[in-house]
Design a protein around this ligand. Structure first.
Ligand code: SF4
Ligand code: SF4
Length: 437
């Protein structure tokens, strides 16, 4: 079977401190859950509860009123203790409410509903996705309701792409979820295909996970719309939207089919879609890969949203030394954490702590080795863009802005630069960055 890979650049990224890809268990329930009322981009949801009130597990506690803000639900039963705010590593203030665990669970350990959606219209399914606060769990946490609304303005035909691309070892939790919740991922894909009126479903799977791809396809049976498996490369950043769309466009050309506009979603999001429609359940927990050189027992855990990061590390028996760097997400694109009281969010798929400091950006000069040019998947000249980014405006060449805007901040150039120059952050900071998704 042909493999559709990056047309240029990319890196093979490995990290021995990632937990092995087996499910290790469920993190204990937090006594205090911290539920943020805004995301990293400051899209705010408005609370429907006050301090002192009791809430049930899965109850709607804040409503997202504007595009980008999702509905928020209580992930445990209990009492609202207070509203708090704290400063993230990036400087922005986040408001949150604190729930103290009390009372009985509505969902945990109870019979799960399994409701039929066969006769439901796309409009009703779409509305339910919004009601249950489903967000893109592999990306920046954008509400899926809003993604669908803007996707419908794109040109037909529509294709749903199920992104099972593991180009980064820190996606271990998504891999395990895909394996353990294969049927939910498949049914979530069918539901989403109906909502967006997709005429085709593509399972884009890393070529070294062909067995997973075969299992996904076997589970689909003879659906309508038709599904196909496309094997893609495993070099980072193959899963990035731009690189994945390019690979699938080559596939479509070879197969002489028209894919049209592509809605790309990952397995965790599609399993959440399944749970919302089949079980009337919001996102209460998620799979997380916890590791790094400072963690005693790296694990893949199922963690309640709102659990403090410190408690998740405790579940892995804590640290073997003083961690110098803690972040959520992959080391390539993660967000630094300065406070172990920060909570796990709907889109936190990995958590790491390293004994080593982040490699220090030093102001040495470019030695013109060309490595950054070799790995840039966009075909940019990161060394040249870096130099120009540091010039004053009046000296910037006309071509600079349009080239720099093409950079999607994948950090491949940073990883290989022997001079340790902060290429990616300098280039993206000089223009409006296009975040990876
Ligand atoms: S961060 Fe930008 S310049 Fe660097 S490799 Fe990625 S796309 Fe190219
Ligand atoms: S990898 Fe670093 S040192 Fe080599 S050309 Fe690029 S910027 Fe210069």
């Amino acid at each position: 079977m042909k493999v559709y890979s990056l047309s240029r650049g990319g890196i093979s990224y490995e990290d021995p401190t990632v937990p092995s890809r087996v499910f290790s268990g469920t993190c204990f329930l937090p006594v205090f859950s911290i539920i943020p009322l805004a995301d990293d981009y400051n899209n705010r949801s408005y609370p429907l509860v006050s301090a002192g009130e009791m809430v049930k597990e899965g109850m709607l506690i804040a409503r997202g009123k504007s595009p980008g803000a999702a509905n928020i639900h209580a992930t445990v039963p209990g009492r609202i203790v207070k509203f708090i705010s704290w400063k993230m590593a990036g400087g922005q203030n986040i408001e949150a409410l604190v729930i103290r665990l009390e009372g009985s669970f509505e969902k945990l350990g109870k019979y799960q509903e399994n409701l039929s959606w066969d006769s439901m219209l796309p409009y009703d399914l779409h509305r339910m996705i919004g009601d249950y606060g489903i967000v893109e769990m592999e990306g920046r946490g954008f509400p899926v309701y809003d993604l669908i609304s803007s996707f419908r303005k794109e040109a037909e035909p529509y294709t749903l792409v199920v992104r099972c691309v593991f180009d980064d070892p820190w996606l271990a939790a998504d891999y395990v979820l895909c394996r353990e919740r294969l049927k939910a991922v498949i049914e979530g894909s069918r539901i989403m295909a109906r909502i967006i009126r997709a005429t085709r479903i593509i399972f884009a799977v890393s070529h070294h996970e062909k067995k997973l791809g075969d299992d996904l396809l076997a589970e689909t049976g003879n659906w309508d719309p038709p599904s196909s498996l496309v094997l893609v490369g495993s070099k980072y950043p193959q899963r990035n939207r731009r690189e994945l769309e390019q690979a699938l466009t080559h596939y479509a050309k070879k197969e002489e089919i028209e894919l049209g506009s592509m809605m790309i979603l990952g397995p965790a999001t599609l399993a959440a879609v399944h749970d919302a429609i089949r079980m009337r359940k919001p996102i209460l927990d998620r799979y997380i890969a916890v590791g790094g050189s400072a963690v005693k027992k790296p694990k893949i855990l199922k963690v309640r949203i709102g659990t403090r990061v410190g408690e998740v590390f405790d579940e892995c028996e804590g640290f073997i030394g003083n961690p110098k760097r803690i972040a959520v997400g992959s080391p390539l694109s993660g967000r630094a954490i300065v406070n172990l009281d920060e909570p796990i969010l709907k889109n936190s798929n990995a958590l790491f702590a390293y004994l080593e400091k982040q490699k220090k950006w030093v102001n040495c000069t470019c030695i013109s080795c060309g490595e950054c040019r070799n790995v840039c998947p966009v075909g940019l000249e990161p060394d040249e863009l870096y130099k120009q980014s540091r010039l004053t405006d009046k000296n910037i060449t006309e071509n600079f802005a349009s080239r720099a805007e093409e950079c999607h901040g994948c950090s491949c150039c940073d990883v290989v630069c022997p001079s340790m120059l902060p290429l990616s952050s300098t280039i993206t900071a000089s223009v409006n960055p296009k975040p990876l998704n």
